[in-house]
Design a protein around this ligand. Structure first.
Ligand code: ADE
Length: 236
């Protein structure tokens, strides 16, 4: 939170960030926040009474989303980030240990997973969510085109980028990018974005809104890839 965009967002007043120690809401002498599971088995479960006390202390008003980070939640995507960026305040509750008492679900509004893998705790997931949401806030990304031009913003992966030197160990920047022909550059970038998405994330391509020109460019990509395959050349 002390670097780059997250720092800038705080400096410009777009983001205020608080951390709360859940142990502060425990009532036991040892500030216990977890206990053994009913029914036996290993691991520790976060206690519902402590979590609900914490939620109620920080939530502020009933319309504020309370999001539990857990591998069971709905998967975090660009669209979820856009949705969350509409709220003036969010509470992120970081799950830990083996899990949380199931009854806490009655006191949250959302359950979000950042991907199909299990983290030790929800803090890293919360940081990922905060970062992606804050980038969508007005003014945070500045003049360089802002969040609207990034990968995923239009349902595609981004085109490749290059900067000086124009040639490095035999690897050259594509001529078109040095041509000064803005129309040709825009078309090349769009085709590259389509090609990359086709190669790495065909699932995104199936859902993306494609123009007739996009479909034509994709046809060209597919034909060139098929030719390269036939000739035993590498295409991507
Ligand atoms: N906590 C543990 N694993 C997680 C995941 N994949 N996403 C969000 N929170 C988590």
């Amino acid at each position: 939170m002390q670097h780059s965009m997250m720092w800038k967002a705080q400096q410009m007043g777009a983001l205020t960030f608080y951390t709360h120690d859940i142990r502060a809401y425990s009532t036991t002498a040892y500030r216990q926040v977890d206990d053994t599971p009913y029914g036996g088995g290993g691991g520790m479960i976060m206690k519902v009474d402590v979590l609900v006390r914490a939620i109620e202390a920080v939530r502020g008003d009933d319309t504020c989303p309370v999001i539990l980070t857990s591998p069971q939640g709905r998967v975090f995507t660009h669209n979820v980030a856009l949705e969350l960026a509409q709220h003036p305040r969010l509470v992120l509750l970081c799950g830990h240990y083996e899990g949380v008492d199931e009854r806490v679900r009655h006191f949250i509004t959302d359950d979000i997973s950042i991907g199909d893998y299990v983290l030790t705790g929800g803090e890293l997931a919360a940081m990922v969510i905060i970062d992606a949401v804050v980038r969508q806030l007005d003014g945070v990304l500045g003049a360089e085109g802002g969040a609207a031009n990034e990968s995923h913003a239009d349902g595609l992966l981004e085109h490749p980028h290059y900067t000086r030197p124009a040639s490095f160990r035999g690897l050259d920047v594509p001529d078109v990018l040095q041509s000064g022909n803005h129309e040709a550059i825009a078309k090349w970038r769009r085709k590259q974005a389509l090609a990359r998405t086709w190669q790495h994330r065909p699932d995104l391509l199936r859902r993306a809104q494609l123009s007739e020109e996009d479909k034509y460019l994709l046809g060209e990509v597919a034909r060139a890839a098929a030719e390269a395959r036939r000739d035993g050349r590498q295409f991507f």
